[in-house]
Design a protein around this ligand. Structure first.
Ligand code: FE2
Length: 322
């Protein structure tokens, strides 16, 4: 590709025959930090970028001169992928166009590994992050190739994983009656479901394939599932990905999680399975160290992401695509 050169960052890992994530920098010195040139190059090479993303799972663009949320919105438009409306419990604010703040929760909170909107029927195929302000310390976006996690788990716990695939997993998510911006899954049921009407809320959850249980304190327990622990998607051969919320329950122990997971047969997921799932993600993952102006494309059908705790200021924005 004449417009892009492959770059390197220290945290990349060599996995399955290529570097993860792929890093792209401007090919011409004269184009460094030249956002107009970058946008044009992205637009001209959409198909190639999509193919590379499919191959590598994640691409970091560095040095292309993005300075603002508006620039990022243009970059996203240049990629030409259709917008996916966000339906999830993370507190987010619309910044401009199709660009949102990634999560309004305090920066010291670790956000566990997940595929975006994995509990819903319509999850995005791609996520695009942009770093407007890089944190002084910590705050990496961690990414992990989900098929490596699934393969490891199947190898270590063949029977449990088979059972979780057959019976599925029910994921309970407790949505408070008031927005709680102090927690990274803290949206109230009204904000999450975009209605104040309990009947309407119930209908929306049921239309999405879930169940809604009203709690005594006015909060809503949304039960998604049963959803199998692993999935495979067309175009990825026989690879399976770890497309579940098991990490939510693992991290929940430390962070007063509002998520609870139960096997489809009513039993608890074995502790050792949850712990190993968290351990292998950390072992296999890459912590992408943000620099201001970076854009990180993630294939949501192949790669999970997480947020490491940081000191402020840190401003990472997001756009999600169908
Ligand atoms: Fe996310």
């Amino acid at each position: 590709m004449t417009n892009f050169l492959e770059g390197r960052v220290g945290e990349q890992k060599f996995q399955d025959g290529h570097l993860f994530p792929k890093v792209l920098v401007p090919a011409h010195n004269s184009h460094k930090e030249d956002f107009a040139a970058a946008s044009m190059a992205v637009e001209e090479n959409r198909a190639w970028i999509e193919q590379e993303l499919h191959e590598c799972g994640a691409i970091l663009f560095r040095g292309f001169g993005l300075k603002s949320a508006e620039d990022f919105n243009s970059f996203v438009e240049a990629l030409g992928w259709e917008e996916q409306p966000y339906k999830g419990p993370a507190p987010r604010k619309n910044i401009v166009g199709r660009v949102w703040s990634a999560n309004e929760a305090p920066l010291h909170q670790h956000i566990f590994f997940h595929h975006e909107m994995a509990l819903t029927k319509e999850f995005p195929s791609k996520i695009i992050f942009y770093c407007e302000v890089a944190p002084p310390e910590g705050g990496e976006t961690a990414i992990v190739q989900s098929h490596r996690v699934a393969a490891h788990m199947e190898h270590n716990f063949p029977e449990v994983v088979q059972q979780l695939d057959t019976n599925g997993i029910f994921t309970h998510t407790l949505l408070p009656k008031n927005d709680n911006l102090g927690y990274f899954l803290g949206k109230s049921w009204q904000s999450h479901l975009q209605t104040d009407n309990p009947k309407e809320a119930q209908r929306k959850v049921e239309d999405g394939g879930g169940k809604l249980q009203w709690m005594e304190d006015g909060s809503a327990n949304i039960i998604a599932g049963p959803i199998p622990a692993t999935r495979s998607f067309q175009g990825y051969g026989d690879r399976k990905v770890w497309f579940n919320y098991i990490p939510a329950a693992t991290y929940g122990k430390n962070e007063a999680s509002l998520n609870r997971l139960i096997c489809g047969d009513g039993s608890d997921i074995p502790e050792r399975v949850m712990e190993e799932s968290g351990r292998i993600m950390d072992e296999e993952s890459v912590d992408v160290k943000w620099e201001a102006g970076d854009v990180l494309l993630i294939d949501n059908l192949a790669v999970m992401h997480a947020r490491r705790p940081s000191k402020g200021p840190r401003r990472v924005l997001v756009a999600i695509c169908k």
